[in-house]
Design a protein around this ligand. Structure first.
Ligand SMILES: [Zn+2]
Length: 336
């Protein structure tokens, strides 16, 4: 079986290919992994391979493959929740799954149900699903995609084969971005490292220019803060303006400070913001690792304090002031 569109996940590809080659298809699979890692794409390719009429599945040219790729094959069903509902409930399971499962496939030999948002299955809906999982018609295969198998009842899990999708190496994510989104290698590397092994997260990041601007502005504000005390107010104003994105901004600042510590430790290759190495070298000239770590700790506790709903302005101002003090105390210039 071929998965040209699916980056990484070699073990998953091998195991599913083997299942097809040996004609040992489970009635239920749970595809488990973080959002955007490739579960849904894999479910789509795998289901296409299951309905394909060629020996070399998925051939991509038989009528079943063509319909499957166009999402028009009636034997591949993707149940949808009611648009006003937060969960995929019992009614949807009854109408879109149970009622359909006992009707033989129309165009092919199999009937596949892909539950793309398994996290949304309510416990009652899972119990309803269990009825068909306990004695499934031989032609039926379920693929339930979830961020964590803990979201499913043990009774559902025990009737399914769990396939784990681990976060992808950042090099694989970067390769996807350069191949498919025209990103430069430098941009792709930064975005891939920030996306924690998820191609989906990386793509939405790469397409979001506002995020890239926020990185530059956050890092710029911190670099300026080191210059003189007038910049304290500037940074507080920036953080206040970005109140809605404060958690994201703090994460960028933490990443930048962590990178600066790596630079001081001659581990420049490990830096996330590899496009800002020269800025980091200038910024860290008179700063010891100890000072960088102290600033990191203060920002980290700011993140925790803001989650506790403390007064935003007071907490942010206090933190920025303390970081400025860290950068400018008498120990400045001494290496540790
Ligand atoms: Zn085919």
């Amino acid at each position: 079986m071929r998965f040209p569109q699916l980056y990484g996940h070699e073990t998953v590809k091998q195991s599913l290919s083997l299942a097809i080659a040996n004609d040992r298809i489970s009635n239920a699979y749970v595809f488990e992994g973080i959002e955007g890692v490739g579960k849904k794409l894999c479910a789509k390719i795998f289901s296409q391979a299951l309905v394909c009429q060629s020996d070399n599945a998925p051939c991509g040219v038989c009528p079943a493959c063509i319909q499957a790729r166009a999402n028009t094959l009636p034997d591949i069903i993707v149940p949808k929740k009611d648009k006003d509902s937060k969960t995929l409930g019992v009614e949807e399971v009854r109408q879109q799954i149970i009622a359909e499962a006992y009707l033989k496939p129309r165009n092919t030999q199999r009937k596949i149900f892909i539950i793309e948002q398994g996290d949304e299955l309510s416990p009652a809906a899972q119990n309803a699903l269990l009825k068909v999982l306990e004695e499934p018609p031989s032609y039926v295969t379920f693929i339930i995609c979830v961020t964590s198998k803990e979201k499913l009842l043990p009774t559902v899990l025990s009737r399914s084969q769990v396939i784990s999708f681990f976060p992808l190496p950042y090099i694989t994510v970067a390769e996807y971005l350069t191949d498919n989104h025209g990103c430069s290698q430098e941009d792709a590397s930064v975005v891939a490292k920030l996306s924690r092994g998820s191609i989906g997260a990386a793509v939405s990041f790469a397409c979001d220019t506002a995020k890239k601007e926020r990185i530059d502005k956050s890092v710029g504000a911190l670099i300026n803060l080191k210059k003189n005390s007038l910049r304290i107010r500037e940074m507080v104003e920036f953080l206040t303006e970005e109140k809605e994105n404060i958690e994201e901004i703090i994460d960028y600042l933490l990443t930048f400070l962590r990178d600066c510590v790596l630079i001081k430790t001659d581990l420049v290759d490990k830096a996330v913001f590899s496009n800002k190495v020269s800025d980091m070298r200038v910024f860290t000239q008179n700063l010891t690792k100890k000072k960088l770590i102290a600033a990191f700790d203060k920002l980290n506790s700011l993140k925790i304090k803001l989650k506790q709903n403390l007064n935003f302005n007071a907490t942010v101002s206090e933190t920025v002031m303390r970081i400025w003090e860290d950068f400018h105390d008498e120990g400045s210039g001494h290496k540790i």
